[in-house]
Design a protein around this ligand. Structure first.
Ligand code: SAM
Length: 277
């Protein structure tokens, strides 16, 4: 057992590009963990090198997780097991949730060491509403599945946060412009690195900008929520009232239409009286 850390699972966020973003607490856990579960030991090895530490690493990724998870969970009874991903926060479009689930089920302590996450960093760069956002992760790469996924979230009244790679950015933006219209958006790239940038504009503008110019590096696309629903027109109200008056009293018809079209009940009542003549 490690004297510095109690046994259990430690979820450790690591930098998404700038090694200076490793928190002192993350460095402490990585220095003292009995073993670090990693996606790629070369990537985490560089990070450990940066802080002058050598620790045992064991691979934990989509292809071996089922086999190695029970062994890792067993070790948590007496040892500090750290989980990192190649970059950012484990579990966020990266492996880990089943490890947390099984660690909890076995009664082990689960501790988080929060830190960099590309989704949150992109939101801080985009200049779009942040009060409600939907983290979408990666959309399906195939055109039809991607269009369906976009249609599914088109009505969500929240800013959307989408992960993508450079070569697929043009196709993603074209599909977003088609499915979501001319919403404001931001393409954020290489966050915390030398070429960090956020390019803003409407989805059609961004789609045309990147159509034949796939950018290099890692990308997060942030899309503004849909605008407020268009108010029903007077003609819409008249049509709905006329139909409702064939079935209901003036008062009931005004109530029903006020509810369905989101209009003022008193004004509709007056108009319904006029229509009934
Ligand atoms: N767990 C990570 C996190 O906390 O953000 C995400 C891992 S996911 C496999 C990798 C994706 O995250 C990339 O394809 C890209 O969309 C995004 N990403 C990671 N680092 C980034 C960076 N420095 N700039 C922009 N996007 C980044």
């Amino acid at each position: 057992m490690n004297a510095e850390l109690s046994p259990g699972l430690y979820i450790v966020a690591t930098p998404i590009g700038n090694l200076g973003d490793l928190s002192p607490r993350a460095a402490h856990v990585l220095t003292h963990a009995a073993v670090i579960a990693v996606e790629d030991s070369r990537v985490t090895g560089k990070l450990l090198n940066h802080i002058g530490v050598k620790r045992p690493m064991t691979p934990y990724h989509d292809h071996n997780a089922e086999q190695v998870r029970p062994g890792l969970v067993a070790r948590m009874a007496t040892e500090a097991v750290a989980l990192v991903s190649d970059a950012g926060t484990p579990l966020i479009s990266d492996p880990g949730y089943k490890l947390v689930r099984d660690a909890r089920a076995a009664g082990h302590a689960v501790v988080t060491i929060p830190g960099p996450c590309a989704a949150v960093a992109a939101l801080t760069l985009a200049g779009l509403p942040t009060d409600r956002f939907l983290y979408v992760g990666f959309l399906p790469p195939k055109a039809q599945a991607r269009a369906e996924a976009i249609a599914e979230i088109a009505g969500v009244r929240a800013t959307l946060v989408i992960y993508e790679s450079g070569p697929r950015l043009g196709a993603l933006l074209a599909a977003l412009a088609k499915g979501l219209g001319d919403r404001e958006a931001a393409v954020t790239r290489e966050i915390t690195k030398h070429f960090e940038e956020a390019v803003t504009g409407t989805l059609p503008m961004l789609a045309s900008r990147y159509a034949d110019a796939p950018p290099k590096g890692e990308i997060v696309v942030v899309v503004a929520p849909p605008g407020p629903p268009e108010a029903a027109s007077a003609a819409d109200a008249d049509l709905a009232l006329a139909e409702a008056l064939t079935r209901l009293s003036v008062s009931q018809a005004a109530g029903e239409v006020a509810k369905t079209l989101g209009l003022d009940r008193k004004a509709l009542y007056a108009r319904a009286l006029e229509l009934r003549g």
